[in-house]
Design a binder for this molecule. Structure first.
Ligand code: ZN
Length: 224
């Protein structure tokens, strides 16, 4: 029994599993996503969703999603490059979908009794499956997963405590400058690259790998 196990009611009057909210992992790669066929005995079972479950009292959503993905689908933290989170906020309860790209070849399998099967599905197939209702509403907005976000940080901003907060909780996508894609996500989890001054050379180099935002001290507050 974990500290988050239990039913609760959100402000809209729904019953939800997870006293401290819940979280799951949506892993994408090469036009495919990993889905879990939930066992018939689970809540809203015999449907396809993502590995996930109740958060413990001390857990942030990313930690909870990775733990559930390990327990249910045998996925490890080394399998994933984190992209960001989509928070379905019901006020008083929330479900956080942690979106990641496969960092290497991943062969998931049903690792405990909550799953009948765990496997890759082509993105185009997903809408035709019997989906868990919570996942179905998240999926409607999560099909254009953005490239990873790199924050190239100037020396002057490197020691600002706000930078550490952005690294842990992410950059709000509604605060991204024009031209950067947030994909339907609520926050992007950035990789922080510390640069000397000027930052331009490094920013050009990282543009080949993903989206780049160069950060000066004044920018940090705008992104938090
Ligand atoms: Zn609700």
């Amino acid at each position: 029994m974990s500290s988050g196990d239990g039913w609760t009611t959100c402000a809209a009057g729904h019953r939800h599993w997870g006293l401290y909210g819940a979280a799951g992992l949506l892993l994408v790669g090469d036009g495919r996503v990993i889905l879990q066929h939930r066992a018939p005995w689970t809540h809203q079972g015999d449907t396809w969703g993502i590995p996930g479950g109740a958060r413990d009292s001390h857990e942030d959503a990313v930690t909870a999603a990775l733990r559930e993905a390990r327990e249910e689908a045998h996925l490890s933290a080394a399998d994933v490059d984190l992209i960001g989170v989509y928070i379905d906020d019901h006020h008083g309860w929330s479900y956080t979908t942690v979106v990641a790209r496969a960092a290497r070849t991943v062969r998931p399998y049903a690792a405990n009794a909550e799953s009948v099967a765990v496997r890759w599905h082509a993105v185009a197939e997903v809408a035709g499956l019997r989906l868990h209702p919570g996942f179905a509403s998240a999926w409607a907005r999560l099909q254009d997963v953005p490239p990873p976000l790199y924050l190239v940080v100037s020396q002057a901003a490197a020691d600002d405590p706000l930078l550490e907060r952005l690294r842990l909780t992410g950059v709000a996508t509604d605060r991204l400058p024009p031209g950067l894609a947030g994909g339907g996500l609520t926050r992007l989890l950035p990789r922080v690259v510390l640069a000397g001054n000027p930052t331009a050379d490094l920013a050009r180099r990282y543009a080949e790998r993903g989206q780049v935002l160069t950060v000066e001290p004044a920018d940090l507050k705008l992104l938090a």
